[in-house]
Each structure stands twice: as C-alpha cells, then as structure tokens.
Design a protein. Sequence first.
Length: 258
Amino acid sequence: MTNLRHIAALVLSAATLVACGDNGQTIITAPAPSAQILFFNEGLNAPGVNFYADTTKLTATLSSSGTVSTVGTGYGQIAAGGYYTGINPGQYNLTAHTSDSTNTIIGSVAQTIATGKAYSYYLSGPYDATAKKVADAWVVEDAIPATYDYTVGNVRFVNAIYNSTPGTVTLVNNDTTIKPTPAPVTLGSAVAYKTAGAFTKVPPGTYTVTVTGLGTGSVVGSIAVAGGHYYTLTAHGDMTVTSSKATNFPKVDVAQNR
C-alpha cells in the first residue's frame, strides 16, 4: 500500500531539491526525489528556523497571507507539518538557518543521502545566543521497510536530551478490559543521546510511555499505535528543569514516520 504521507511530501518538494523558494511556492520540473528527510528543532531556547541542503531551502512556514513567515520551525516542532521532505541522493551540508531576516546558520551537519533511504535531522542541545549556535546537529536513518505488517505497529525511541544518560522506553497498554493484562513492551536496550533505537513491533492500541534512565525521575508521554504504521518517540528538553510548566521540561513527543 502506497504511503500517502510520503507522496505528499515528495510532490511538494519535487525533483530539483527545491522545496520552497522565497515565496513559499514549489516549481515541479522533474520526477520526485528518491530520498526523504524529516527536520526536528529540539534546540533549547533556539529561535525558529528554516532548514537547508547546501544553499537550497527545504522548509519554510507560510503566513495567513500566503507569504513566508519569519516564525519558522520552533522548539519542539517538526518542519513541514511533520511530513517528509524529498531530497535527491548526494553529499550535503544540512543546515538550520534562523527564519528572521538575518538568515543566520545556527546548526549544520555533513550528511550523505542515499537513494531510497529516509532520514531524520535533529537540532539539539543548548542555544548560545552570543555565538548564535545550537550545540548539536545530527542525523539518524529511518529504517522503514518497503513492505509492512498491518497486524502490528512499529515504534522506536530517539534521545535528543543533551544532558541525559541512556534511556529505556516502556509502553503500557491503557485498555484495562483486555484479559489477561498485556505485558509492558520495552523498546529494546537503552538509547544514548544523539542515538536512535531500532523499531520494535507493538500491538495496536493506546499506550502510556515511560522513559527511565535519562536522569533523576522518569519522562512520560502517550502514543496511539495503529497497525502498519511506524512511529518515533523523541525525548527532548533539559534534565535539570523540574517544573512541568517550563518550556524546557523533559517531554516525549510522537512523530509518524509512515
């Protein structure tokens, strides 16, 4: 079954590497790119950004007037509305530029993009407002197969908390009517900062997410898993922040890869 989320992203960023120009419009001139990438802004206190491959802008945010907004992709957000952006195979310098008029590069990483592969780019760690840099930028491969098992979902964990220790995710099914009670699902071994765990098969359902080992206490969240779909749980924030009302309080967010 064809993945419509991926088709939408590929059509919107077709062929040349152009996903959006200065007016936010895409000119489709050739077949869609054969690779794709998600962009996450997890930089603590970082400004809104647009993402580039070399000098080509791949993401931007439209305003209500139809022009490009200066807001960009903010902290804790995924660019392009959570959809993959198409990109041709090759070697790139993938960068995050401030979305304001200064267009300052605050994060970059060199990355080889391979045909048919999917990737996730993370901007993470503290933002230095003086140097105008975020501590880290890194890429993980999204190993999604060409065929799917629709009886289960697949979930992985990415650790984007710069001051954490390796964390382990446990999923507990929220449906108390199931008898016997389903055993908790552990998503593999502990995952270190700037690392992605492997996708783990999870029965469809709604789950409470608990991440332990990141530091003092645990980080919690939730996820609804559907058969045949792939999801990424990303932990982001600052492990020294204890107020749940603070912007940088550790959280777990869900992205749908497929």
